[in-house]
Write a protein that binds this ligand. Sequence first.
Ligand code: SF4
Ligand code: SF4
Length: 384
Amino acid sequence: MKMKIESLSDEVLSCLQCGFCRSICPIYEQVGWESASPRGKMYNIKQLTQRSFLDSILRKKIDINEDFIKEMYLCLGCGACEEVCHGGLNIQDVWRKVKTWIFEQGLMNVQEYRQMHDAIKAYKNPYSEPPEKRDIALPKNITRSKNPEVVIFQGCTDSYLKQGLVQTAAKICEKVGVSFTTLGKDEWCCGSMCFTTGQTDYIKEFAAHNVNAIRGTGAQKVVAPCALCYDTLKKEYPNIVGDLPFEVYHIAQFLEEMIKDGRLELTTPIRKTVTFHDPCHLGRHEGVIDPPRNVIKNIQDITLVEMDRNKKLSRCCGGGSGCNAGFSDIAQALAKDRLNEAHKTGADILITTCPIGRMHLNQVAQNNGYIKTMDILELVERAV
Ligand code: SF4
Ligand code: SF4
């Protein structure tokens, strides 16, 4: 059923126009336009939803311009606004519905997002890579199980651009005696990007496919090294395909559990000071705050320091929701801001646990000589 913009009327009427969201929004901080702030967006949506009875009777079309659309897409999906909203609004849900409505009206005008949507549909990944390449070669003597406890849900970025992380996850499973498999070409993009940009036309097919592929392995657990995949499988899929026949874990939770159970021992000291960047879709969206920190704290001789903005109020790295593709200047500026914040802590390394955010931060860090970045899997591999 197609999205109706009028259905958002009650939600946007609850907006108090207080502006608490504005003060925390990274997009507003960068562009400085009220209309790109969450409060401004709420105001504009309200104008769209308040149609007269006569307009509805006459089926008069809603008039929206290019700027309105662009501003709706100028959003990282970071969720910071919702964290401080005094009206208690489900802001992410409002953005998602408006973007879905824009898409269904054929008005989506961010070319880069459209290209990603088309690539995912055709290739099952946003990088237009052949699906067969998801079959990553594992290190010698490590084999996929035919009767696995766990499926490692690789995610598109780890499948094509950071294959070493999947290999490390496989090595850790082998080490702790957890049988595992991967889905190879039967793993399709989780669809996170389609949700956040409202391009949801084929998402049901993708969710059903992935759930069936996982079900087919008989595994009771799925472990995702990517924060976006984790959030999508755990939160979005049940809304589309019903209860899942398996539990979904992020790799940080899995590592924490293995350490707690005494199955994973971190015996190699790392004499470094590190800081942790909470991926928005893991910390704020899913409330997974302590597991990655507990993993880090279990490494001998390591010192963990916090950035000023951390945990639920962590600042987005700028790589979310395809922003790096659609609005690269803003994404780069936000990454620099976050890297500077990490640098101020005195840390040697910024650790994170989302391959997209890590890749984005790393590119900016390398081009500008900022702090070193590392995925939590790489850190743990060194500490084993
Ligand atoms: S989700 Fe993040 S970027 Fe989007 S409006 Fe809210 S605070 Fe701003
Ligand atoms: S904080 Fe919430 S209620 Fe206040 S302006 Fe922003 S969206 Fe509206």
